[in-house]
Design a protein around this ligand. Sequence first.
Ligand code: AMP
Ligand code: MG
Length: 494
Amino acid sequence: MPAEPIWPFDNSYARLPERFFARVRPTPVAQPGLVRLNEPLAEALGLEVAALRGKAGLAMFAGNRLPEGAEPIALAYAGHQFGQWVPQLGDGRAVLLGEVVDRDGRRRDIQLKGSGITPFSRGGDGRAPIGPVVREYLASEAMHALGIPTTRSLAAVTTGEPVLRERVEPGGILTRVAHSHVRVGTFEYFHWREDVDALRTLADYVIARHYPELADDARPHLALLKAVIDRTAELVAHWISVGFIHGVMNTDNTSLVGETLDYGPFGFLDAYHPRTCYSAIDIENRYAFDQQPRIAHWNLTRLAETLLPLLHEDEDEAVARAGEALNGFLPRFEACHHARLRAKLGLAESRRGDIDLAHELLDLMARQQADFTQVFRALSDERMDDPDEGRARRCFARPEALDGWRARWIQRLRQEGRPEPARQAAMRAVNPKFILRNHLAQWAVDAATERGDFGPMDQLLQVLTRPYDPQPEAEALAAPPRPEQQVYQTFCGT
Ligand code: AMP
Ligand code: MG
């Protein structure tokens, strides 16, 4: 008999003032079934895998049994959704069970998502269909493997209960692990209530937990704002480098620690076009691929507004300081974005004209709807001296259009004198072969929803957790969708 799973909880958010959350227990479900346990993550969290795999572990992931030391709370937050102010959102279908300190000494939130109604449910059912649970599990683990800061997925379970959406779907619960569930919307919640004490408490909490190096800064709250701006700029540049579109960059989905948070109608680019927007609910294309830096800046501006009373007692001075911090966003984003573009092209040094060279390629790709991931991966494998070499050419409908660009790229590479194998290896380490293409996610979701079949999910995880490895046996999962597989829209499906 496996022992009762022990969770080394050490909760801090539940020590904050009561108005920061609502104490609420998960609602038990009829018949839980384990879909997947993330064993490497469990180990990194210092949890015992064998015990979690047992009946008691399953009951915990389903919300049927509260682990010892858990103090379940639903967090209060507000947010701007598609630019519209919503004074109260909050965890409407999630509870934070508590925090554990991982093997690296970092505090991680353990949250059940889809665990029943809370005081923040606003008429929702507090539940999640299994489809979105599978999507979030796949996406977060794929993003992590790509090296992008993200919340993680520790477990997915089915509930044995139906969930009514556009049709009846099987229910599921995701156990989400995050460095933080504090969002821009958490600050907005207290800002709107003119609760400066709470804002100060929250800001100090975030500094102590996530940015301890700022605690001794002469202006810690300004330093916090700058740090969040930097991390968010870095995150968005990272997204863009792999063709990720978050899809619903509302302020309540914007993390204070620069972690990708809330996978709803996200998507990865297949064919490259900067205006790509898959989200079915985003009719104005507000959150299109190339809008993400602008939106991140907009969200950070909302954060800055909430911090004004902490920045200086004189409002003009506070506004000036916040403005100066916000002005740091674009240079930070561009520095990261440009560094990533250079790396994607295999350029180890920085020279004038590099970014133009990258944009010329992107323009060609946009004009011919070339596949974003395949083009960069083909360039990684390309051998410069072979006149018959045509890997990247094969990604284009009119390959001759690439020839002039390729000649200039090779000329630029030659200026560095890096040996070809080193250049190829460096490029393969930043240009993934495998991404969670929309049709692949859909394949896994459909199998799970319609047949309770988690085989596709397992197959995808196996490949997507090593996205930079060639894995020749998985070639089919690297391919862009055939026309009949193409997914043009993604849905929240919550
Ligand atoms: P999201 O789209 O996941 O960022 O959620 C936006 C807001 O809607 C959050 O406050 C959620 O907690 C809430 N919400 C989403 N789905 C549900 C649901 N099924 N039941 C209750 N609240 C929900
Ligand atoms: Mg959300």
